[in-house]
Design a protein around this ligand. Sequence first.
Ligand code: SAM
Ligand code: SF4
Length: 323
Amino acid sequence: MDMVEGRTVDYLRVSVTERCNFRCQYCMPEKPFSWVPKENLLSFEELFLFMKVAIDEGVNKIRITGGEPLLREGLDTFIKMIHDYKPDIDLALTTNAYLLPQTAQKLKDAGLKRLNISLDSLKPEVAHQIAQKDVLDQVLKGIDKALEVGLGVKINMVPLKGINDNEILDIIDYCQERNIKVRFIEYMENAHASKTIEGMHGREILEKVKERYTIKALGREGASPSFNYVLDDGYEFGLIDPHKHDFCENCNRIRLTAEGNLIPCLYFDEAMSIAESVKKGDIQGAADVLAQVLKDKPKENRWSEDNPNEEDISTRAFYETGG
Ligand code: SAM
Ligand code: SF4
């Protein structure tokens, strides 16, 4: 696919719903005033039509996300459509794991390879405080089930000051015991999050890890958003640090929302719709929108490394964009 400011865009994240069964304080603390009406959602066939265009243009990595993607009925059939079109595509899904106990096997059978699972706490009351629901037991069962059926698993944790910041080492222990990777995500300030929370900067997260370990920086893995580190005992973890000035240099991602808006950058509101094209089956029209969005991809986001100001607060809802 096209080079954008020296970056090859070959990674598409597709949100299949903005709805969610959690109310995470950093993402969707309250039920939105209104959901996108169901009739405005693209069908799986329409989403798939665009995905074929993107795959033919060189996308080789697809991540399905939301909202909570497992809430959308027929997801396994959608995964199978993508898998059958290009079996060697790197096909992953991001989920809060709540519905995994009953869906993991079906997802695996449909051709899904990997899961990124959000796990912010190992304490039931803290997990409840963050998701505003009693979720931990079911989430841990979901992770066990995913591992049991042979899906690749990575854990995402968003450390928040005074809430789960004292669990960073516990989450490393949990992941190390299961031989899975954890990626700590810097909280990204956005207008929809709870006003009462404060995220941790990447360097503060690393300080917590250094309370027990010596760590060595390994660097960014290709175009991955994660900067990798290795502990003195050999365990590797990642840090997703969008506040860092070089974070956007290798960004290879574009995003498609469930209603067909193609978004070049998580931070910004700008988007172009592919809905009309795919509803008409107009492949060339969809390809043209894709080309335009790639051309418009911003050079970098506006989360700044230091001295936060009002530009640091994105107006985007991550549950809509597909974080
Ligand atoms: N519901 C699924 C989940 O929670 O994994 C998928 C969608 S969620 C929007 C995708 C990822 O975005 C999750 O790992 C979540 O922790 C992260 N996320 C959401 N809001 C965020 C924020 N304000 N800052 C950092 N990460 C955020
Ligand atoms: Fe839902 Fe995921 Fe957002 Fe939490 S982070 S509210 S689970 S979409």
